[in-house]
Design a protein around this ligand. Structure first.
Ligand code: 25A
Ligand code: L14
Length: 343
């Protein structure tokens, strides 16, 4: 039992799009921080970031950075997590990792607090807890109560993903390209293989041998792991769209027993973390620009799929940097602190 009731925290990848949001979430949610260590690559060493009104210098992430740290939030890319998370865990620090490096390791829990908080207990295996992919998180939050009540047989999902998922450099690329095109100026594509401004790219993360992208297969495997049911069929098409913040998803679900759209709406209205935004007569439905900056998963356009017996369609939107990454990681850290560390 920790009697002093505050923790030493580190953020690895602190200067990135998600890292900066993690720092804000720790502040906003009043996480019990005793000290905070901000880590990034050597490029950012000495840069100053603010936490609770105090300037803190960024340090270079090293194997020895985690001595005396209780919880570390990682968001510095898969390679960095793969290399450094074991050093942190070895020093007794619990890692909440936002990269894809550890998610499918059978010993590492993959957690969305509204769905499978009990899995956090498995942090004891490796000292690591994985934060799921942003597109998976916002999908399982509303689908979990449907699966529990009606049983989900199959999911067909298409995503419309914001550039902020790729990090800061992609936010800059969309901004620069949009301005260049509107001003008839020349521009380059450095982050994505094609122009993202005024375009849609059916390509997120790398292509795999089966013709799907890695992002699409993350949605398949991670959904089954979080809902703890390998029998659920999942097929995904993930698309990058010229939006800065907020991923949108068109989700088609086939259930085992009949779920009418009105039942689904009623169930989702009492689901934690979900806000039903569904009044089409008044042009009200979930929008990326409304989801950005808050933590709810917005669900609307809930309707029966009239082409099959037990089918439902919905449109689901969330802030990919907040609920899709930073907020979810801080929620996990809160449960760890309260229920496992005793703070
Ligand atoms: O490796 P992956 O898996 O392909 O991941 C690629 C990127 O995806 C983002 C994140 O980008 C990641 O680096 N990312 C990962 N998961 C994400 C998620 N779920 C996600 N984005 C959204 N949702 P990012 O730019 O937003 O953040 C990167 C952070 O990681 C730090 N970092 C990188 N390598 C590191 C490292 N920290 C420790 N050790 C390493 N080896 C990075 O710090 C940042 O905090 P930084 O100091 O490298 O970057 C500071 C700023 O410098 C700019 N920059 C980036 N690359 C270069 C660069 N400047 C010059 N040359 C470069 N090559 C950026 O603007 C950055 O903000
Ligand atoms: O967390 O949008 O696995 O480019 C890696 C790709 C996050 C989104 C992850 C993107 C994703 C990212």
């Amino acid at each position: 039992m920790n009697t002093d009731r505050t923790l030493n925290v580190a953020v690895a990848g602190a200067t990135g799009a998600v890292g900066i949001q993690m720092i804000s979430c720790l502040e906003e949610r009043n996480f019990p921080v005793k000290s905070i260590r901000l880590l990034a690559s050597g490029r950012s060493k000495g840069r100053k970031l603010t936490f609770r009104g105090r300037e803190i210098a960024v340090e270079e992430l090293k194997e020895t950075s985690f001595k005396g740290i209780d919880i570390a939030l990682f968001s510095a890319g898969g390679g960095t997590s793969e290399k450094f998370a074991p050093f942190a865990a070895n020093d007794g620090c619990i890692v909440v990792d936002n990269s894809s490096a550890w998610r499918m390791d059978p010993e590492v829990p993959l957690v969305v607090p509204e769905v499978n908080p009990h899995a956090i207990a498995q942090f004891r295996n490796k000292g690591i807890i994985a934060n799921p992919n942003c597109s998976t998180i916002q999908m399982v939050v509303p689908l979990n109560p449907l699966h529990k009540t009606y049983g989900i047989r199959r999911i067909v999902v298409s995503t419309y993903q914001a550039v902020s998922g790729t990090g800061k450099k992609a936010i800059d690329e969309l901004d620069l390209q949009t301005r260049a095109i509107l001003n008839f100026k020349a521009f380059e594509s450095k982050v994505y293989p094609h122009t993202i401004a005024f375009n849609c790219l059916p390509h997120i993360d790398v292509f795999l041998a089966n013709g799907y992208t890695k992002e699409e297969m993350k949605m398949v495997h991670e959904t089954r792991k979080i809902l703890e049911d390998d029998s659920i069929g999942v097929t995904a098409t993930t698309v990058r769209v010229p939006v800065f913040y907020g991923h949108s998803e068109s989700i088609n679900i086939e259930t085992k027993t009949k779920a009418a759209a009105s039942d689904v709406r009623a169930l989702l209205e009492k689901t934690t973390g979900v806000k039903v935004v569904d009044d089409p007569e008044n042009n009200i439905y979930p929008l990326a620009i409304d989801a950005a900056g808050q933590d709810f998963t917005l669900v609307g356009r809930i309707r029966d799929d009239e082409s099959i017996e037990n089918g439902i369609n919905m449109w689901v939107v969330a802030d990919n940097i907040r609920k899709g990454a930073a907020t979810n990681a801080v929620q996990i850290a809160e449960i760890l602190a309260k229920e496992y560390i005793g703070v």
